[in-house]
Structures are given as C-alpha cells and as structure tokens.
Design a protein around this ligand. Structure first.
Ligand code: F0G
Length: 462
C-alpha cells in the first residue's frame, strides 16, 4: 500500500467492528472513588474511569485476524502447534534463534536475570525500568544508568534521548571490569524518559563497544516498533526503509531480548525471552518450568500465542505504526500549543506531563505527579499514571530515590481510542492547568515493600 505524504491528514487504518460502552462517572462518584483509592490511580476500578490512559500495556484492541487466530490455538500442554508458530514469527521478524514464552515481560526479566546475573554484578542500562531493575536487584545485581544526560531534561529536544552515553558505558566497564557485567540492558524506546527512542547508530555503537570487551547486549523490545518509527522519521538515511527492516537490524546488534507482548505486539497478555546463545536458552527454558510453565507455553494459552504471532506481524505494518504514534503526536501537540509543560520531543506511547513545572508549589517529597494524576481524574474521569518519585522507590539504604523526571503519563492504548477522545483529554489537562495552584500536596500513608507505586496509598496534606 502506498503511504500518503506526511503533509496530508491521516486517519486510523481500520474501521470499528465491536464497541465497548464507556461512562462518565459523576463529580461526586469521582471524588468518592479517588479517596477510596488512596489517591492512587492504580487502585481505581475501571468502572470508575471514563478514558483509561493508565497504561498501553495489555490494553490493546485486537484485530479480527487476531481473534480468528485465537480460534485455531492449540492447547496441547507440550509441543503446541501455536508455540511453533510464535517461535517462527519471532525468528522471522526479530531474528533471534531461541524463544521461551512467558506470562508477560517481567516473567522474561525474571528468567533472564536468574540465568545471567551473579551477586555483585553490575547491569548498565539506558535508564531503569521498575520491574526490570527489581529483577536485576533480586538476582544480586546493581543497575547503573548510562543514558545520555539529555534524557533527564524534559525540555531537551534531542531526537534520540534514549541513546546510551558511550563514554559513560566504557568508564563503567573499565571501573568494574567486563567480568562483572553480564550484559548491557538496552531499552527501545525508553519508557521512563518519556517514550524516547535510541538511534540505530547508537545501538550499532553499543554493539561495537561491548564486542571489544566481550559483553552481551539484551534488548527490552516491548516498544521496539515505536522506536523504529522514530528512526525512520528522524535518522539520516532511514527515511525510505521499512519499519520491519529497522526492527530486524536493531535486534541484530543484540544477543537477545525480553518482550512484554502487551505493548507493541498488540496482545492483552504474554511475553517471551528470545536469545541466540543455546546455553542461555537451555538454562532459561529449564527455569521456565519452575516459574512459568513448560518451555513450549510458558504461562500462555495456545490461543494467546496464536494472537501474538499475528500481532507481531501486524505491529510492523507501516500504516499501523504511523497512526499509532500519530495519535500521540496529535495529543502532545495540542498540549504544547496550549502551553502545558510536557516532555519533548513527544514520546512513542504516551504524552508525559512535567509535574515539576506544572505544580511548582509541591516539593518532590510531597508527590507532585501523584497529586496531578489524582487531580486529572477528579476533573474528568481520565486515568493517568505517576512516573516520578513514587515509581522510583527506595535505594538499598532505604532512602527515596529522587529522579530528575517527575512525570504524569497519559498512555495511549493501541487501536482503542479515537481522536475525539484525545480532544477530551487535552481539554481536561488544560482545565486542571488553569486551577493548578489549588492542587494539594500528598502524604504517603501506606507503602508496600516492592514496586510501591502499584499499591501505595496517600492522603492530601493541609
Ligand atoms: N519493560 C518495559 C519497558 C515496560 O514498560 C514494562 C511494562 C515491562 C518491561 C514489564 O512488562 O508488564 O509485561 O511484565 N510496563 C507497563 C507500563 C507495566 O505500564 O509501562 P510486563
């Protein structure tokens, strides 16, 4: 199919066959709901939400082809035909040799961390992700951030804010020694930096540098298609390349990937670990039987593996990814035009509000992003997510990590909402912005030990 020129209006490359009603809860209902949820949007019931931008994870609308594929899922315990179809799709589109299905991304992170990390190891990565870092730590490793400094600056317009700072990576390797570094953990795109991509040139350079020291590179491929789209749009020499070829080239510079299939691969549940090294595969496949299930289903139903195999292929369609990222750019641009402080450039899976700039009267220790997410819900029933000090958790000494980025993520599910929903969201953000000085600080009144942002509870101060 020919691609319309960038200057023409685009529309979603699908029409809607099944719909799900949504309801706007009343002001009174919203007030009661957010109080009941301890001012944590993770603790709201979805029935209390109007437009759900909590996450793009597992919230995808599947296509008719994916639903059809589910009907031919093979539910055999061992050697399911659907596993072999998934394995072939991973080999064809990402190029890795061996595949272990897992129930979702963190299942793959667990297998990878247990297989590759020894106590005392250092894992350099282009910014932490919550579950990824926790599995590295639980395996005895320590995460070290090697992303370029621009990533921590919401206003920097660097086109590839997900890039690795190569000098920093080399200094980490020289400081700790290559034997202490099981792999470099490379994310595409970088979620907590605001959905920012890494350039093809940078991935290639990371490969060259790690080759010099015999260190492996493992990709977090959950949003690799969105990353490839930014490469196609922004990187010199890539404009006429297909998304599929960029994705495959990125993977070719790495030794394996963990995949949360709930993101770019367009399914509601599932994931996998894929590697090229047979010994690592064997160890991970063995651990899979403890934590996930047999290595030919790993926590997934046969039908889910079918939907995923189809979803991987659909995720690489040029018109799909252009409209997917296009919807986020549409919302982001509206907010920029209205003078709302957001992370720029606009990311691949969501628009990230800069809560520090939005609520300068709330100090970071009183959870500005958490308070802003609650205020947005109160205004319109739009659910977003905190990505700041609450998400960052505590360090090994028990002190709160204080990330430079204090953000609220408006995460757009794939193929679910229309442009009109984006208009409603933009309007609500503007209304909240207009009375931002009335938003109150929060106090944390319940703090779970692991990944506290999911279940923490708060109350307003003063
Ligand atoms: N890596 C990245 C970059 C992620 O964004 C996620 C999940 C995971 C790994 C873990 O995958 O959820 O399938 O176990 N991110 C979700 C989010 C939760 O909302 O950003 P999972």
């Amino acid at each position: 199919m020919s691609t319309p020129s960038q200057s023409r209006t685009w529309a979603e490359p699908f029409k809607i066959k099944v719909i799900e009603h949504v309801r706007i809860p009343s002001q009174q209902e919203r007030e009661a709901a957010i109080r009941e949820a301890g001012y944590n949007t993770f603790l709201l019931r979805s029935d209390e939400v109007y437009i759900d931008l909590l996450t793009d994870s597992g919230t995808t609308a599947m296509s008719d082809r994916q639903w059809a594929a589910m009907m031919i899922g093979d539910e055999a315990y061992a050697g399911s035909r659907s596993f072999y179809r998934l394995e072939a799709a991973v080999q064809e589109w990402y190029g890795y040799k061996y595949v272990v299905p897992t129930h979702q991304g963190r299942g793959a992170e667990n297998l990878l961390s247990k297989t590759m990390i020894k106590p005392g190891d250092i894992v350099p990565g282009n910014m932490y992700f919550t579950t990824t870092r926790l599995h590295q730590e639980l395996a005895g490793g320590t995460f070290t951030d090697i992303i370029i400094p621009e990533a921590h600056d919401p206003a920097s317009l660097h086109p590839f804010k997900g890039n690795v700072d190569l000098a920093k990576l080399e200094s980490v390797i020289l400081e700790f020694g290559p034997d202490k570094i099981p792999y470099v953990s490379l994310a595409a795109t970088v979620n907590l930096a605001g959905g920012q991509p890494i350039s093809l040139e940078n991935v290639r350079a990371v490969r060259e540098l790690t080759n010099k020291y015999g260190i492996k590179v493992i990709l977090d491929a959950a949003r690799i298609v969105e990353n490839a789209y930014f490469i196609q749009q922004r990187e010199p020499g890539c404009q006429s390349r297909t998304i599929a070829s960029i994705v495959k080239e990125m993977c070719s510079y790495t030794d394996g990937c963990t995949m949360s299939a709930k993101k770019d691969p367009l399914v509601n549940i599932g994931g996998f670990l894929a590697v090229n090294d047979h010994a690592i595969y064997e160890e991970a496949a063995n651990l899979a039987v403890i934590y996930e299930g047999l290595h030919t289903y790993g926590g997934m139903a046969g039908r889910d593996m079918e939907a995923l195999a189809t979803g991987i292929e659909e995720s690489l369609h040029e018109d799909h990814i252009r409209a997917r990222v296009g919807q986020i750019l549409y919302l982001g641009k509206k907010l920029i035009d209205a003078g709302i402080p957001i992370v720029q450039p606009i990311g691949g899976h969501g628009v990230f509000l800069d809560a520090r700039a939005f609520l300068p009267h709330i100090p970071q220790e009183q959870y500005p992003a958490q308070a802003l997410a609650a205020a947005l819900y109160l205004d319109s029933g739009v659910r977003s997510m905190e990505r700041g000090i609450v998400s960052a958790g505590r360090n090994k000494n028990g002190e709160e990590n204080k990330p430079k980025l204090e953000l609220v993520r408006l995460t757009i599910p794939r193929r679910v909402y229309t442009q009109a929903h984006m208009d409603v969201v933009a309007e609500s953000v503007q209304i909240v912005y207009s009375h931002r000085d009335t938003i109150r600080c929060l106090k944390m009144i319940h703090e779970p030990k692991y990944l506290r942002f999911f279940q923490a509870r708060f109350e307003p101060l003063g």
